[in-house]
Write a protein that binds this ligand. Structure first.
Ligand code: FAD
Length: 372
């Protein structure tokens, strides 16, 4: 028997951010004993746009996390803005929600406690063994180990899962402003080499995120390039300090090995501009619990790949618009001339459009761009 063995659990989760807590809630729902450890104390903050699309709201609901009842601010669609042009579309069904990251974390911690998840805060996991994890100088035995330790996952490295088919990065930073949301849409402001997006997160607060390929850019540097937005924010005080994070587009070759599985950003991610990171990890959490129940981690690999396809496609489309200014202007003009094209693109984004309809919409968009 290994010395230092003190406890055991069915599922040990490294990282108590949204992915770790979602995975814990889902696994508890199947009756497993679950322990989550995070090196930080709740509520844990992180740079995030703080917008959850309607598909993410539904995915959170499936885990018993009710954003609407927790004071989150609804938004009913997306608005694209560039120079003087603004074009918007409502979601085909439901609403998205904006919510401070710390408030989401508190809500999830509460839900995990209700579900009977054991949590260890301020506890850094120092290593993996075949039979469990090293934590606080001791071995905690676990049947399954989940790496939910974010984009720089050490569990991923320890389990030799770093190999990826795709790995590119942009840089994001966010700040909250004390101002009543001027719109019930989430706004994406397109500029050369960067985007700013604005999520209403309260009755008197918005969250603004800058995303760019240049890690030196800061909100104060780029805001003058967006005069309308700068004017709105000038009168508002900052309600938080600027906080940065890497926004990675990363697809791993595999997301499990032996008794270790990865979830959330540790398992790969889509560019932040999609606003799909949280939705993805809520869904991954459920499929991972399915795989535990079936004692079949390869099944998780297949489901994980399937879940990633649509967000990855949307991310590619958005990144194409980021890179090609003239194409972006044509696309936005086409959306302005035929708003139904944007509505259908948004429907695809939130999983409400079939592949056939998506292809038809792509053709209609191309035709509109050629003929306008
Ligand atoms: C700028 C930006 C904007 C974004 N905007 C949106 C948005 O609007 N909507 C959306 O849905 N998604 C958005 N995303 C994506 C979303 O934020 C991520 O997908 C999500 O935070 C991933 O959660 P996670 O739990 O996987 O990782 P994290 O939130 O990074 O959590 C990982 C946790 O692991 C812990 N940890 C790490 N190592 C250890 C260790 N050794 N031992 C113990 N604990 C450890 C950390 O303390 C941390 O709490 C955005 C991302 C960025 C970068």
């Amino acid at each position: 028997m290994t010395s230092g063995l003190t406890q055991s659990t069915d599922v040990f989760i490294v990282g108590g951010g949204p992915a770790g807590l979602a995975a814990a809630i889902a696994a508890r729902g199947r009756g497993f004993e679950v322990t989550v450890a995070d090196r930080s104390e709740p509520p844990i903050d992180k740079a995030c746009g703080e917008g959850i699309m309607p598909d993410g709201v539904a995915a959170a609901g499936a885990l018993g996390i009710s954003l609407g009842d927790a004071g989150a601010r609804p938004f009913r669609g997306i608005r694209f803005c560039e120079h003087d042009l603004a074009v918007e579309a409502p979601f085909p069904r439901g609403v998205g929600f904006g919510m401070r990251r710390t408030a989401l974390h508190e809500l999830m911690v509460e839900r995990a406690a209700q579900a009977g998840v054991r949590t260890m805060w301020g506890a850094s996991v120092a290593g993996l063994e075949r039979e469990g994890v090293r934590i606080g100088g001791q071995l905690l035995r676990a049947r399954w180990i989940v790496g939910a330790d974010g984009g720089n996952s050490v569990v991923r490295r320890w389990a030799d899962l770093d190999a990826c088919a795709l790995d590119s990065r942009r840089y994001g930073s966010r700040r909250h402003y004390r101002v009543a949301p001027w719109s019930d849409y989430m706004e994406i402001h397109w500029g050369e080499g960067c985007q700013l997006y604005v999520t209403p997160v309260g009755d008197a607060e918005v969250c603004v995120v800058l995303i760019s390929r240049d890690h030196r850019q800061r909100l104060d540097h780029v805001l003058p390039r967006f005069p309308l937005l700068a004017k709105r924010l000038a009168a508002a005080g900052a309600a938080s300090s600027e906080r940065g994070a890497v926004s990675a587009s990363r697809r791993l070759d595999r997301v499990w090995r032996g008794n270790v599985a990865l979830v959330g950003d540790a398992s790969g991610s889509v560019d932040a501009i999609t606003g799909e990171g949280l939705c993805l990890l809520f869904r991954q959490a459920v499929t991972l619990a399915d795989a535990f129940e079936a004692d079949d981690l390869p099944r998780y690999q297949a489901a994980h790949r399937r879940l990633g396809r649509r967000p990855e496609l949307m991310a590619e489309a958005m990144l194409l618009l980021d890179r090609w200014g003239p194409l972006r202007s044509r696309v936005l003009q086409a959306f302005a001339a035929r708003p139904s094209l944007l509505s259908r693109m948004l429907a695809l984004h939130v999983g409400e459009l079939s592949v056939f309809d998506s292809a038809a919409n792509g053709l209609a968009l191309g035709w509109q761009m050629l003929t306008s």
